[in-house]
Design a protein around this ligand. Structure first.
Ligand code: HEC
Ligand code: HEC
Length: 263
């Protein structure tokens, strides 16, 4: 049974699930600099300049009575609350509601939590034009991936990857693809009852069928009843670019990926 919350001492004991107290117990909800990924902070800094600095200023103190740089907010304690503040805005007080992609929001939160220590001068901000050149050229990403109807179907279509994945997780995908791989993308090896071997990438599974993209990128549906062997691997077939590309080049490619938001 839940005991209703009431002020006073009871609140301290009974309402331990309330956001403020929870934040005190769990430091990660307060937002500590070490909890945020550098790539997210850098992306957030860019989004802030584009969407927020006109009112709040680059230093975060452009609105009277609001100091974003302090990392403490009157209207939000936890990160989820901060998200709500940003997406709802304060229309009556002059801040519009913002429609942002999950990647942009993740970046903004990471940046707001680290605004006081983030040094733009030492930032390795990625350049999406340079990133595109690496993507098309030395990275040979299109030999497996597809963007806006160009490239191969062997690997996931990346046309809207920038809207869905945070800067930090994109960087991890490039450095350590297997660790970052989503279960749905796992490589599969199938042998059918009549001896046919199919290798490919898992797209979907239900009770009766498995859908996959084979090595040529063709979409295939196999009935479970027809399987002799079915193996799912947790090792990605994507190479790691950790050594292949410099830190600056990786930042450039991440910047290009973040610019892909569908059409
Ligand atoms: C058109 C001007 C304007 C823009 C653009 C704007 N804000 Fe604001 N923001 C305000 C005003 C005004 C307030 C103070 C509202 C109040 O006092 O009730 C505010 C308040 C806030 C607060 C609450 C501060 C606190 O201490 O609780 C946060 C967080 C915030 N803004 C973040 C952002 C972010 C992030 C962006 C960009 C996505 C942004 N704002 C864009 C005008 C703006
Ligand atoms: C040899 C083929 C191959 C090459 C080359 C390759 N990838 Fe991948 N990539 C894959 C496969 C297969 C997956 C799906 C499995 C996984 O997530 O690791 C993937 C996944 C990804 C993902 C995650 C997609 C998602 O939906 O989660 C990103 C981002 C990505 N690749 C970016 C790149 C970039 C950028 C390059 C070039 C610098 C590149 N890849 C080169 C095969 C490749």
């Amino acid at each position: 049974m839940r005991i209703p919350c009431s002020p006073g001492i009871l609140l301290m004991i009974v309402c331990a699930g309330s956001p403020v107290l929870l934040a005190r117990q769990n430091p990660t909800l307060q937002g500590h600099p070490e909890d945020y990924v550098r790539a997210d902070i850098e992306y957030g800094a860019r989004v802030f300049t584009e969407q927020c600095a006109a009112c709040h200023g680059e230093t975060g103190d452009g609105v009277a009575g609001v100091n974003l740089r302090s990392g403490k907010f009157k209207n939000a304690v936890t990160d989820p609350q901060l998200r709500t503040v940003i997406t709802t805005g304060f229309p009556a007080a002059g801040m519009p509601a913002f429609t942002l992609t999950p990647s942009e929001l993740t970046g903004l939160i990471a940046y707001l939590r680290n605004m006081n220590t983030f040094d733009r001068g030492s930032s390795m901000a990625g350049d999406s034009t340079r990133g595109r050149t690496i993507f098309d050229g030395k990275g040979a990403c299109l030999s497996c991936h597809r963007v806006n109807n160009v490239g191969s179907r062997k690997a996931p279509d990346l046309s809207d990857i920038g809207a869905n994945r945070s800067a930090g997780s994109l960087e991890r995908s490039l450095r350590d693809p297997s660790r970052q791989m989503f279960p749905i993308n796992r490589p599969v090896h199938i042998v059918t009852r009549d001896g046919k071997v199919i290798n490919g990438r898992r797209l979907n599974e239900d009770t009766f069928t498995i859908q996959l993209a084979d090595e040529e990128g063709r979409l295939i549906s196999v009935s479970r009843a027809d399987l002799r062997e079915y193996r799912v691997s947790t090792t990605s077939t994507m190479p790691s670019y950790e050594k292949e590309l410099s830190a600056q080049e990786l930042a450039d490619v991440v910047s290009f990926l973040l610019s892909l938001k569908g059409q």
